[in-house]
Write a protein that binds this ligand. Structure first.
Ligand SMILES: NC(=O)c1ccc[n+]([C@@H]2O[C@H](COP(=O)([O-])OP(=O)(O)OC[C@H]3O[C@@H](n4cnc5c(N)ncnc54)[C@H](O)[C@@H]3O)[C@@H](O)[C@H]2O)c1
Length: 270
């Protein structure tokens, strides 16, 4: 199936590694011109080099998405290099609430406002900055796709990830409201909810790519929590996520908006 997005321009936040990197590579394979954002310029540039090596078009747009001036300038530079942004993927996010305490993340009462700030800044303020910047152009061109990468913690709630759960739930509520406001502009806004995802950027623990149920007891327990993982005997990878995001970013998804699609092996069933 041709997704009919070749030639479109995408801006993907936090695309220097992990889920965002794979979304960038996969959209580029579909002929999309990809602006690769990351806080770390060298990560963004490395992904751009991968896309160029595969024959695609890409531009490194490093910026701190929590800083409005920084992300505005990066989006302006991406537009100058590739063209107006048709597709925004709000991917950058923090996965853990705080340093583990004796192997356990803290409960809400064990955290302090300083701990909440980074989670809220990145997952909420970063998304608001990016949406506010690209929506006027999408509206003017009467076409746009926004995909928010959230977590099943946001749909079901997860103990010891209270602030993260709340921040990710906010991404969903915001997406639904924007989907209502901009349906008339043919701008579709959806979220993809992830469970645990293993990828190359994670160096230790059950989500590290070299973890196995034999060398990591926690991974064995986690596999049991995901119906699909029990069959595949592995956790989700970015390769499982990227095609879903590409579909939602495409013209094929013109009648899907305001939805949250779980890509978590049945961890949450709504
Ligand atoms: N990996 C998982 O298990 C998992 C589970 C559920 C949801 N998610 C969500 O999926 C998304 C991607 O997760 P991941 O594991 O690939 O993340 P990651 O932490 O591996 O990569 C995120 C990238 O974002 C960049 N980044 C961080 N702060 C930034 C900022 N202020 N501005 C711009 N870039 C910034 C980082 O440098 C990094 O390269 C996140 O929204 C996360 O919450 C991940």
């Amino acid at each position: 199936m041709d997704l009919q997005i070749s030639g479109r321009v995408a801006f993907i936040t936090g695309a220097g590694q992990g889920v965002g990197r794979r979304i960038a590579l996969t959209l580029a394979e579909e002929g999309v011109k990809v602006a690769v954002n990351d806080y770390f310029a060298e990560r963004a540039e490395a992904v751009v080099a991968e896309i160029h090596a595969a024959g695609g078009q890409a531009f490194a747009a490093p910026a701190d998405i929590t800083d409005k001036a920084s992300i505005d300038a990066a989006i302006d530079a991406a537009v100058a290099a590739l063209g107006s942004i048709d597709i925004l993927v709000n991917n950058a996010g923090v996965t853990v609430e705080r340093r583990a305490k004796g192997g356990m993340a803290p409960t809400f009462l064990e955290t302090q406002p300083d701990d909440w700030e980074k989670i809220l800044d990145l997952n909420i303020w970063g998304m608001l900055h990016c949406c506010h910047k690209v929506l006027p152009g999408m509206k003017a061109r009467h076409w746009g796709r926004i995909v928010n990468i959230m977590s099943e913690a946001g749909r079901a709630g997860e103990a010891r990830l209270a602030v993260y759960s709340g921040a990710k739930a906010a991404m969903l509520g915001f997406a639904k409201a924007i989907a209502q406001e901009h349906g008339r502009d043919c701008i579709n806004v959806n979220t993809v909810a992830l469970g645990a995802v293993s990828h190359e950027g994670i160096k230790a623990g059950p989500l590290a790519p070299d973890a196995t149920p034999e060398n990591n007891e926690r991974l064995g327990k986690m596999l049991g929590a995901y119906p699909v993982a029990r069959g595949l005997q592995r956790l989700c990878t970015p390769e499982d996520v990227a095609p879903i995001v590409c579909l939602l970013a495409s013209d094929r998804a013109k009648y899907i908006t305001g939805q949250s699609i779980g890509c978590s092996g049945g961890f949450v069933m709504l």
